[in-house]
Design a binder for this molecule. Structure first.
Ligand code: IPE
Ligand code: IPE
Ligand code: MG
Length: 245
């Protein structure tokens, strides 16, 4: 039986989030510059999107560039932003063909203007697609998003629109850039690193974590199937006992 047949279609996660890590090491192992790893990571992005659309996973969030990544060497940042624009243009057809809607989370205004323009174009073109929502985390960090949300809530209180007593879990969730989306049931991180690197701290409060040593450019549909099968074999208790479920 192939991996795909082992997936229970009735127990799919609604939302999968992935920390795509290991591009630099993948390239270095082969004696190439780091950017070669990023270029080779694009195929893994396409495969993950297609696999989610084919399976019917409704949301896929990909951590593509963190707030902290602005501290990388300027030439790597430039190369990543150029690659982003190139990929958006090249993958437009893939998104349309697979009925995928594009969204972003993070500090959009921090991105170079040409990136913003290309992203906005593709967001507009795909806005009525319904199969899967692809959410790119760009210039994203969870602490930034939470601080931003708190500021918006403070303003609502200051303007007399909201009472302090009314602030709850939902209020904070709603003001995050992740606000329109359900929280992920499954988080995947590639490349054998076991940390969140400032990703979805609030949204992953009760998610299942899956770590693999596979470097991002080697990630593919089968790797995603493995993660989903592993997830489907877990018992999610949400604080209750096994017997209560
Ligand atoms: C992930 O790969 C891609 C981004 C963070 C943009 P890395 O570039 O972090 O690759 P490693 O972790 O150095 O191998
Ligand atoms: C996390 O990867 C960010 C992205 C995948 C975009 P990093 O490679 O930047 O994370 P650290 O620095 O190793 O924690
Ligand atoms: Mg890394």
């Amino acid at each position: 039986m192939g991996l795909l047949e082992k997936i229970d279609k009735n127990k799919l996660p609604l939302h999968i989030a992935i920390i795509m890590d290991g591009n630099g090491r993948w390239a270095k192992k082969r004696g190439f510059l780091r950017i070669f790893g990023h270029e080779n990571g694009v195929k893994a992005v396409r495969e993950s999107c297609e696999a989610c659309a084919e399976l019917g996973v409704k949301y896929l969030t990909l951590y593509a560039f963190s707030t902290e990544n602005w501290n990388r060497p300027q030439d790597e940042i430039n190369a990543l932003m150029t690659l982003l624009v190139k990929t958006i243009k090249a993958e437009t057809e893939t998104l349309i063909k697979n009925n995928i809607r594009l969204k972003t989370i993070g500090d959009f205004e921090k991105l170079p203007k040409n990136c913003q323009n290309e992203l906005n174009k593709l967001i507009k073109i795909t806005e009525n697609n319904t199969r899967t929502t692809l959410i790119l985390a760009l210039s994203y960090s969870s602490k930034w998003d939470i601080v931003n949300s708190v500021k918006k809530i403070a303003q609502l209180v200051k303007d007399g629109i909201l009472e302090v007593e009314q602030i709850n879990d939902e209020t904070l969730s709603k003001e995050l850039t992740t606000g329109p989306f359900p929280h992920p049931e499954l988080l995947i991180r590639t490349s054998g690193e076991y940390r969140l690197s400032n990703f979805l701290l609030w949204e992953l409060a009760y998610s299942e974590f899956y770590f693999t040593d596979t470097l991002w450019p080697d990630f593919n549909k089968n790797e995603l199937y493995k993660a989903i099968i592993n997830y489907q074999n877990r018992e999610r208790r949400f604080g209750k006992t096994s017997e209560q479920l």
